[in-house]
Design a protein around this ligand. Structure first.
Ligand SMILES: [Zn+2]
Length: 205
């Protein structure tokens, strides 16, 4: 991780991104724990869609966990401004609608340090909106890497190991594997699923 010393006490946006198993949630939890040690007030959010491990907890693949608030609508996050948090952390940000972008802007403009974590690409290697937009407006970006399940080198892609026509297929090691560019195998959706994907918001993974 790069060392980052904010030049002032104003708010800003940080994005932690990378493929699955790159340690994004682990890094998010590390940053929140450091803020807690510094006696900063924080709030943690995740989308209602992600209930793989536990409701109202963010859990890393290494089983680190912190209490979080589950929200359906990005606008609900703005209610936290009433308690004047120093830091707002948002996990699995790729599962929110694009409304999350303006929510992050409002928080940062209100003096909050905003940290979002999410996948940068989907199961077909395409940019996973709204993460590309968040990367563009972030003051600080942490791009993390996993280890390729085939060759053991740096992995930047998320390989789906099962064929599925589902728009969103939640899962972990049994369904996905981190892969490098060389070993990432693009799955072609069936004719039927192509229509589903074009209509899908958000995209798959
Ligand atoms: Zn590889």
């Amino acid at each position: 991780m790069s060392n980052f010393f904010p030049p002032n006490n104003h708010g800003w946006i940080e994005t932690i991104t990378g493929c699955m198993f790159s340690g994004k949630t682990e890094e998010l939890i590390r940053q929140v724990r450091r803020a807690h040690l510094a006696k900063k007030k924080f709030k943690i959010y995740k989308p209602a869609l992600d209930q793989r491990y536990a409701k109202d907890l963010i859990v890393s693949h290494s089983q680190q966990k912190l209490t979080s608030t589950t929200v359906e609508n990005p606008q609900d996050i703005l209610k936290c401004l009433d308690s004047q948090p120093d830091l707002v952390a948002i996990d699995e940000v790729q599962f929110f609608s694009e409304e999350i972008i303006s929510v992050c802007e409002v928080l940062a403009s209100s003096g909050v340090r905003v940290i979002v974590a999410g996948l940068d690409t989907d199961w077909m290697g395409r940019p996973f909106h709204p993460v590309p937009q968040l990367l563009a407006i972030s003051e600080l970006v942490h791009k993390l890497y996993a280890i390729c399940g085939v060759c053991g080198q740096f992995a930047t892609r998320t390989q789906r190991l099962v064929s599925s026509n589902k728009n969103i297929l939640l899962g972990s090691g049994e369904i996905y594997q981190a892969r490098c560019r060389e070993h990432f195998e693009l799955q072609q959706p069936t004719h039927q699923s192509l229509g589903e994907i074009h209509n899908a918001q958000p995209a798959e993974v």
